[in-house]
Ligand binder design. Structure first.
Ligand code: MG
Length: 228
């Protein structure tokens, strides 16, 4: 199908995942229940190797093997690796209730939505299987791209994927992006993306409102995006 004129520009909303859409930030309980050992050593193992796992430098077996070593477990079977990955996926895939409502409100008005996350290849697969993922056009996952935020290259990958989707050019200013890390926001802004720092979700906030969601609603309303 050929188009004589480019489509009118449309704002795309891009979300980071951890700290923004996910309800929690510390998967240790589920991992500790499976591996046992000293919690502190285990936590160190989980987080020390995570950046390498999230940029695709370690396989699931290598990452979970290193985590298990931190719990004093020296070898994992493939099914144990899968079980650890599933426990971790289950933990992270729980959406913050207010974030979930915001996604519903955006999806109802057919606002194009994208995820841009520093996460492993395995987690990327889990994200795409989640029931709520149908609200999203696609996800850019650092492990798959072997490049992570705040490297400018991953934002270029996002912009070219958006251009490909629309059959035109993606204007960075038409992309509204939310992330809980200041360096990720600054790198996106440097490329002209309309990026905003989202205050990290507090899973213990109880009935208190989610400040990230409140900020995002204000920004999105300011961009003329319908939310009611
Ligand atoms: Mg985050």
């Amino acid at each position: 199908m050929s188009r004589k004129r480019p489509r009118p520009s449309r704002v795309v909303v891009v979300f980071d995942f951890g700290g923004v859409l996910s309800a929690g930030h510390d998967p240790i309980d589920g991992i500790h229940a499976l591996l046992g050992g000293d919690r502190e050593t285990l936590a160190t193992a989980i987080w020390d190797e995570r950046p390498a796992y999230d940029r695709g430098a370690l396989t699931a077996a290598e990452y979970w093997g290193a985590v298990a070593a931190g719990a004093g477990v020296d070898a994992l079977t493939p099914s144990e690796v899968a079980e650890l990955q599933q426990a971790d996926d289950r933990y992270w895939l729980r959406l913050d209730p207010e974030s979930r409502t915001l996604l519903h409100d955006l999806a109802r008005h057919e606002t194009p939505l994208v995820i841009l996350s520093n996460a492993s290849v395995a987690f990327g697969e889990a994200v795409r299987r989640a029931d709520w993922f149908e609200a999203f056009a696609f996800a850019v996952i650092s492990g798959e791209e072997r490049c992570e935020k705040p490297d400018p290259e991953i934002y270029e990958i996002l912009l070219s994927a958006l251009a490909h989707e629309s059959g035109g050019v993606a204007r960075p200013g038409d992309v509204v992006f939310f992330d809980d890390r200041a360096d990720n926001v600054a790198a996106a802004r440097a490329l002209g993306i309309d990026a905003h720092r989202w205050e990290r979700n507090d899973p213990a906030r109880g009935e208190a409102p989610n400040p990230g969601v409140a900020m995002a609603r204000e920004v999105l309303a300011g961009r003329g995006i319908l939310l009611d």
